[in-house]
Design a protein around this ligand. Structure first.
Ligand code: ATP
Length: 271
């Protein structure tokens, strides 16, 4: 029984305007991924090789997947997402085959952004990965060979994400591989404000809701935490009455009491 998984091609429905904060990361991805995918001929004219691999790292829920989707969408590219656990098969040789199929499919529908989530469990520095050490090593070698084999003009860019960059096999970080490291941090107050604006865009907010106050009182909240906060506030409003027409300051206060930042100061210091 083959465990080969279907490879789904997506056209993401999020763009730059759906991302709050992360200005540096956005800028680097526009230049490093969007431009070369959109105008490969300009890079050719200038005789420069676009980067092949981008490693997004930072705490969970800060928008790594979102960035990868947005850059694909803005570059009018296809998006193929996978995570390490999807690539590792218990059947001999099948994981490598899955990696190769992923690249083959990406080339067929180019321009394409390949996104590999949780890359640290595929390629851990010293064992401790999801599978047998020998098996994960073969998978990583296949991945590296596929990346080495990507022609500059083929219109395929590989993006990977990790919460634990320190655990990554250094072989992945050599030039021509994941040589662009993009930090995706926990947002500051300005970023949180932007994120709150995005996630309350379709909410009927009462006049007393103060996003300045909320962004100043949500230290270490990630984008995912802030989205959760707005959703909870909406639910709390509905809990008081299904006929509610507004989400109020009080609803947000209550939601705030129920929500904790998912990132601790210790976690943040690790990056
Ligand atoms: P993980 O490491 O757990 O995979 P991640 O960094 O990939 O997390 P995402 O999956 O991109 O995080 O974020 C989860 C959700 O949180 C997003 O779908 C989005 O709704 C919200 N979110 C996270 N960061 C942001 C942001 N910077 N701006 C707007 N929304 C955000």
């Amino acid at each position: 029984p083959s465990a080969l998984r279907e490879i789904m091609i997506q056209v993401p429905n999020v763009g730059w305007s759906d991302i709050g904060g992360l200005d540096d990361a956005q800028m680097r991805l526009r230049e490093g991924v969007e431009l070369p995918l959109k105008s490969p001929e300009s890079f050719k004219r200038m005789g420069i090789r676009p980067a092949k691999g981008f490693l997004l790292f930072g705490p969970p829920g800060t928008g790594k997947t979102l960035l990868a989707k947005a850059v694909a969408r803005e570059a009018e590219a296809n998006f193929v997402a996978t995570k390490s656990s999807d690539l590792l098969s218990k059947w001999y040789g099948e994981s490598e085959q899955q990696v190769s199929r992923l690249f083959e499919r990406a080339r067929q529908v180019a321009p394409t952004v390949i996104f590999i989530d949780e890359i640290d469990s595929l390629a851990p520095a010293r064992g401790g990965g999801l599978g047998e050490p020998a098996a994960t090593e073969r998978v990583v070698n296949t991945l590296l060979a596929e990346m080495d084999g990507l022609d500059d003009m083929q219109g395929v860019v590989v993006m990977a994400a990790t919460n634990r960059p320190n655990l990554l096999d250094p072989a992945l970080l050599r030039p021509g591989r994941f040589d662009e490291l993009v930090y995706v941090p926990v947002p500051d107050a300005k970023g949180r404000h932007k994120i709150l604006e995005i996630h309350t865009k379709n909410m009927p907010l009462s006049n007393d809701v103060d996003l300045d106050y909320l962004s100043e009182n949500t230290e270490r909240f990630t984008g995912a935490d802030l989205e959760d906060l707005t959703r909870r506030a909406g639910l709390i409003a509905l809990r008081s009455s299904l006929e509610a027409t507004m989400v109020t300051k009080e609803n947000f206060e209550k939601a705030l009491q129920e929500t904790r930042p998912s990132v601790t100061p210790e976690m943040e210091r690790e990056y």
